[in-house]
Each structure stands twice: as C-alpha cells, then as structure tokens.
Design a protein around this ligand. Structure first.
Ligand code: ATP
Length: 515
C-alpha cells in the first residue's frame, strides 16, 4: 500500500513540477477537488480529446458532434431524474466531523477482503513455485473461500440497499462490519442520508426558486434534448450517434485522489440512438469497441470490465471499463444501455413529440439509447500513471544514473519534438535550430530550448514525454544534417535537416493510434 501511495504521490508531484496539473487557486491554499491544467497538461488533454473525437465522430459515418450549453432549462433535470434521484448516501463521523459516502465505506471493507485473498494467493505462489494453479487454489483454500463468501454477502446486500435506497440498512451494515472513521478510528456515526450532487445557481435577476438553475452534472442531457434538431438537420437515420465533450459539475461528498474525482470535470459522451429491440446488441458492440480504443493506448492487463451490481433508474444493462490506477482498479468509462427512459421523460414533460419516423416500416417510435461516457480527466490520470517511469540508464562513461521518463504514445505527447543548438552562444547554430523549429511548427507542436547542457535538456524532455529531440551541431553547418534522438531507446541518428519535419510528423501521427 505504501508503495502505491508513493507512486501516486510522485505522480502528483511530477504533474506539478513539469506543468501538467496545478491545484486550483493554490495561492489561497487551493479549492478542494478542483484543478487547473498547465501548459503541458492542456496539450496532453487536447490530444486525448482529439483521439476520442476523431475515432468517435470523424471516423464514423453515423456519429455527429454537438456542443450544448452548460446551463439548461431546469425542467431538463426534473425529467432526467436528477432532481429527485441524483443522490449519494452521506454519513458523518460525529467525532472527527469528517464526511463520507456510506457505500464507499462499505466498499472499503470489500477491498480489504480482496487484499487479504490476494495476499494468500501471493504467499502460496511463492511456496508452490512453477506448479502453482491459482484458479484451483482460489476454489479450494478455506481461508480464501471464507473471505470470498463474506465479500459476496456484502456485495449483494450493498447492491440491494443502493437499489432500494435503503439508508437504514447502509447504516446497519456500517455498524455490523465495524467500520471505523479512517481519519480518527471512531465508530460514532450519524444516520445515513441522501445528498443531491447537483450544484445550483440563480439565473438573471429572478430571485428565489423561480430563477434556480443547475450546472449540468452530465453532458448527456444536452444531447437528448437536441435529438430531433440533430437528426433532422443532418438527415440521420437510425442507428446514429451524437457525441460531445464538455464540462460537468458534481458536488461530490468526498473528493480525493487528485483529478480522479473532481467537482468540476470534463466528460466525453456519446449517445447512440437505436431501434428498440436492438439495444442490447448495440450495447455489446460498443462495449467491445470502447475497450479496443483503450487498448490502443494502455496495456490489456490494466483494463477490465466491471458489470454494475445496481443499475441506475434509466438502465437495463451497464458496465464500467476499469483501469488499474495507482490506488487500484477504478471506473474510467461507463457504458450504459439507457433504454428509452430519457427521451420518453423529455417527451412527457415538454409535451413535444420526440420520435423517429422509420421510412422502412412507416412507424414512429422513441429510439432506445446506448451511451458511452468517459471522464477526460480520469483518462488523463490513467495515461499519466501508465506512462511515468523511473528508469536506470548507463551513460557513455559507463556510470549509471536514473531518469524520469514519460513514455506517452507519440501521437498524444504534448510536445512532439524539441530542437536544441549545441551551443546557445553560437548565432549560426541558433539560426539553424530555429530554421528546423519553424519547419516543424506548421505540422506538429514543437519547441526550442537552449537553457542548459544537451544532457540536461534531454532529461527535461524525457520528463514531459517528448518523443523526439533534434540537436543542431557544428557538422550541421557543414552538411545540413542533424541528430534526432528517440525518447524510449535514447538512440541517436544523423539525418538530413530537411527530413526532420517528415520523420517527426509520420512517427507522431494520430493515424498510428486510430488504425
Ligand atoms: P463514480 O462511480 O466514480 O462516481 P459514476 O458512475 O458516477 O462515477 P458516470 O455518471 O457514469 O460516473 O460518469 C461517466 C464518467 O465520468 C465516469 O466514468 C468518470 O470517468 C467520469 N466522472 C464521473 N464523476 C467524476 C468526477 N467527480 N470527477 C472526474 N470524473 C468523473
């Protein structure tokens, strides 16, 4: 655990030191669970958004984009169920005055049981060596079986309590499981009560309830209310999707773990409208497609599906794609089969018909919806966590040293290439280096740096994940060749100066990810 904590702390420190992510309003001691993206952070985030947008919108004939407003008519949130049901169960510890999500405290107990079981497995693996059969061990070892049984009983009861909004049973579980406040160790708890996660504010000059509007807690509703506008203006026929990237706001009860859980965050959502009856087939289809999208960037071993135990009020099937963050497997993306719940609810509350006329069957119906919803910030965190490595390297003099290297896929790296002159005080070298930079700039994000020795400059570029560095040296002045150095292998090659743009463009092309 402490190892995981260290890894995570190092990652947060790296994000700050190298200009990826800063605590919001830091000079005022920060605002909890809000963060700002720095110069390299915004580039990486934009690249992740581009990867998503290209693969979801531009490479699909039947998915189109939208950018809806954050403010929406308050009735939107009544229809969607957010006013009445977008709650988390909240519990306070009377001694420490700390606030928790009751379901997360119970999940913490389940996680401890999982850790115990994993420990047993690791111990046995060591003991039995090569011949160890993990599946058989888990199915027969009594200690593992006992813990598995406890785990399953908690899981089933928690799912039922959450589905039935049974706050009393959540409290009973916390008491029966002997859950203590992680901060103070106290078991002196309040009752569990529902807490609505939507932020609200006032519109214009109208005071009181009449002017109350919400900051959207998800981007999806902007898509639902625009269904007919988009379908008619783009002459789409079913099945088709609408995608959008935008900010969402949730007044999370506990917001820790850096940018994993924020109160202001960004979502990339796509609603796929299908003919009723084909929804579950499309659900399976999107489930597979989305996992493949993640696998292009991240190792399969760090990704897994997690089926929902308690379905949201609008869903008939739901799965999370989980990523192995430094603090364990957690949700990165949700894929939900949302039935016709939202469109029907908006149709009823607005009194406007929201249906698709199927020219083939001459029928009108409310489409069913399959949604893919990923948090851009969680994607950012997963990408950074997966890429950051501390590496031992052997220098030319045979001495070993360490470097922090951000092994980002070249297509999403914030800077694709940085150009250095061997000597910053030589005007000819500087001029040549600027020439290379200006050529690169038209096609990729490139930089110039002459603020240190080449070795130091390499370290800095490694730490921000720049896949290529070009050095202009004295030989360049003679034959117009430069050295290009690749981040991961650290290999250097001499190439003609006028080839640099083409090499870097091709090797950092988003096409490499998309195909
Ligand atoms: P969780 O169970 O972690 O609270 P959720 O199931 O409420 O998440 P969804 O409503 O399915 O999340 O939202 C879709 C995606 O939006 C999530 O998969 C996640 O990546 C992202 N997301 C949700 N809440 C937050 C948050 N507070 N901060 C950052 N990203 C978030």
């Amino acid at each position: 655990m402490s190892n995981q904590n260290d890894t995570f702390k190092n990652l947060i420190a790296h994000c700050k030191e190298y200009g990826f992510v800063f605590q919001s309003s830091e000079i005022y001691d920060g605002l909890s669970a809000t963060y700002d993206y720095g110069p390299y952070g915004v580039e990486l985030k934009n690249n992740l958004k581009e990867y998503w947008w290209k693969s979801m919108v531009q490479m699909n004939d039947n998915i189109v984009g939208l950018d809806a407003a954050i403010f929406m008519h308050p009735k939107t949130w009544k229809a969607s169920g957010h006013v009445d049901a977008f709650n988390d169960p909240l519990i306070d510890n009377k001694d420490s005055k700390k606030r928790y999500r009751a379901d997360q405290l119970i999940e913490g107990v389940m996680e401890k049981l999982e850790n115990k079981m994993n420990k047993e497995v690791t111990k046995a693996k060591k003991r039995f060596g090569e011949s160890f059969d993990e599946v058989q061990f888990r199915a027969t070892n009594q200690r593992v079986l006992n813990n598995q049984k406890k785990h399953e009983a908690i899981r089933v009861r928690l799912a039922a309590a959450m589905t039935n909004e049974d706050m009393a049973d959540l409290k009973n579980m916390i008491e029966e499981l002997g859950v203590a406040c992680p901060e103070s160790g106290s078991k002196n708890w309040t009752e569990v009560r529902q807490f609505n996660l939507m932020f609200n504010t006032q519109l214009g000059a109208i005071a009181g309830e009449g002017g109350k509007i919400y900051l959207r807690p998800e981007t999806a509703q902007g898509i639902f209310v625009n269904f007919l506008n988009v379908q008619k203006s783009t002459r789409q026929s079913l099945p088709f999707g609408i995608a959008q990237i935008g900010k969402a706001f949730r007044n999370e009860i506990v917001a820790r773990q850096f940018i994993f859980r924020m109160r202001e965050f960004e979502q990339m959502e796509m609603q796929f409208f299908v003919k009723p009856g084909t929804d579950l087939e499309w659900y399976e289809n999107w489930k597979a497609k989305r996992l493949a999208w993640h696998k292009a960037l991240h190792p399969a071993s760090k990704l897994r599906y997690h089926d929902h135990d308690n379905l949201a009020h609008y869903a008939n099937a739901a799965v999370d794609i989980e990523f192995q963050f430094p603090f364990g497997f957690r949700e990165l993306e949700g894929i939900h089969s949302r039935t016709d719940f939202d469109l029907k609810a908006h149709q009823e509350l607005s009194g406007k018909k929201i249906q698709f006329f199927d020219p083939a069957t001459k029928e009108s119906y409310v489409p069913f919806v399959v949604e893919t919803s990923i948090g851009c910030d969680r994607m950012f965190l997963a990408t950074m966590a997966n890429a950051l490595e501390k590496e031992e390297i052997v220098g030319g003099n045979g001495k070993t040293s360490t470097r922090m290297v951000l092994k980002l896929h070249p297509a999403i790296a914030p800077v694709k290439c940085t150009v250095f002159p061997l000597k910053s005080n030589n005007p000819e070298l500087v001029a040549k280096a600027k020439e290379v930079l200006n050529d690169l700039r038209f096609s990729v994000n490139a930089q110039y740096d002459d603020t240190g020795s080449i070795g130091k400059l390499y370290r800095r570029q490694d730490a921000i994940g720049t896949p290529y560095c070009v050095t202009v040296d004295f030989q360049t002045l003679e034959d117009n060749t430069v050295t290009i150095r690749e981040r991961d292998s650290m290999k250097q090659e001499r190439v003609p100066m006028d080839q640099v743009e083409k090499i870097v463009r091709e090797k950092t092309d988003m096409r490499l990810l998309l195909s």
